[in-house]
Design a protein around this ligand. Sequence first.
Ligand code: AMP
Ligand code: MG
Length: 617
Amino acid sequence: MEPPEPTALERLRFSHTALQQLPVVHEEEDRPVSRTVRRACFSLLRSLQPLPRPELVAVSGPALALLGLTPQQVLRDPRAAEYLSGSRPLPGARPAAHCYSGHQFGLFAGQLGDGAVTYLGEVQTENQRQEIQLKGGGVTPYSRDGDGRKVLRSSVREFLCSEALAALGIPTTRAASIVTSDLRVLRDPLRDGRRVAERCAVVLRVAPSFIRFGSFEIFLQRDEFSGLEGPSAGRYDLRARLLDYVIEHFYPETQRFSDRRQRNAAFFRAVMERTARLVARWQSVGFCHGVLNTDNMSVLGLTLDYGPFAFMDRYDPDFVSNSSDTRGRYSFSSQPSACRWNLARLAEALGSELNPAEAGGVLDDFMPTYEALYLGNMQRKLGLGREEPQDGELIADLLQLMHNTGADFTNTFRLLGLVPWPGQEQSQRGPEADGGAVESVVERILQQCASIEELKVSNQPTMEQRELAMILSMAQSNPAMFSLVAEQPDVSRQLQRMWRLKELMETDEKQLKAKQRDDWAHFVHRYRKRLARERDGSPVEASVVEEERLKMMKKSNPRVVLRNYICHSAVQEAERGDYSEVNKVLHVLEDPFSDSLNGDCGYDRKPPPWAHNLQVT
Ligand code: AMP
Ligand code: MG
């Protein structure tokens, strides 16, 4: 009998450039033993670890396309679930695990590495090469006490959010498929000591490369705070190979410098710029990564490793999505400075490959680069095509107003697109019609604002009570010291919360709504005055400028984002064995800017009351 025709998955063309160009070690055992892996960037694994009864949950068409595959090809393949879970090796794949280190919450952690991820190889298509890996594929030498598995809950979150960010145009690693199985492992989803047997799942991740800042930290010498060293400490010959590999494949434009340190400086600058661009995008859609450790920072400027991430519902600079981040190290407003801190660690890890003065210069340029990109993003969100020096202030005041009124971040920006243009139409339709439209937008924004009870909850100071009481007592005992302390941004925000809470205690719902209405009407008036100046001195017709503004705003303000409650519902259904919600959410998020496409899904609503105290898990 003729052998059956190979399926599209079986025909994938693999290369293994990373394994060929970087130092590797061979594992001796079928089931690798956790250990320190010296002098290697990859451990070659002898085999994959199968999952019992693998079952496809969903595939992402756009991510599969990066591998030259269509959803139909995968869904029709009777062995797809086995291939995509690592239960059956894809022809040509070579399982391996990457060795990296990292600074976690500010401290060097020594060896980390792919503890639950298996590299399979790079898939070559006509016009690109993408690395693929199985997240949740089983133990590796880097698994330490872990089981190398991922559960359905965290896998659905990573799968949906990778694809949601990609559709928003935000650089990210991709997720092509998710497969679950009968195997269960114990996890403590709420971190309250209650362990639950959860179903395992595997995500097929796709990216040009998964090299992280932490990949370069394996060469770090003993760290004086933690007492730990990288597993390949001092092997600068290997560090040079890793750097050459990254530059050759992902930053070829910097190779024009014949001087090595000049080339490296250009590389470091390019990484800085991509990182600034990435975080400026996160800030403009309200995305909070949750764990910005150096091992979760891609050298390609991609969003990497989806754990306790969240899109903010109400704008809050102190928003922390990761419940274990009690000090708010990775709060929403700290993300840019956290990224800068991580870049400084990357520069340290690159050591003598960089000229220290040049590296310092690049780091100094991070904040201004980020600020300029962020401002540009926010101007586009407001439909401002021309730059005015006061735009920064307008945006900061808008965010402050959103914070004060507890306005929904995503929906408020989308609604600002309905603010009528203060142009010719105004006189044609008459000031009353126009005023009516303004009022209706203000009313719709008010519906996106929080109630007094919700605001009381969200304005509770997040600082420890003892610490706050100490600062307040200083106001009496040492006013000079108090004013110094109160100026620190984090303290000042806590005091603002307290004062805000006090104000709320002295008002009622009706007064609050009247104040919110006034404040928003005032802002909308100011915004329209700013819009009017978009046409100053321009011969272009008002309708043309207006159209441009609306186009710009619709492209910059998503109608739907992966809100935590949406993700939570999809996870719950999937845990019950129904994957239709995961697929529906995926489909809607593929087109996040559209008004009408993908149906009236209801995902554009602010969280319903049941979701108010939902934890990110
Ligand atoms: P993360 O918190 O996902 O950034 O991971 C931090 C470190 O823990 C990395 O070295 C991971 O590979 C490792 N890790 C995460 N989950 C597991 C797991 N289930 N088993 C083994 N190692 C893991
Ligand atoms: Mg990680």
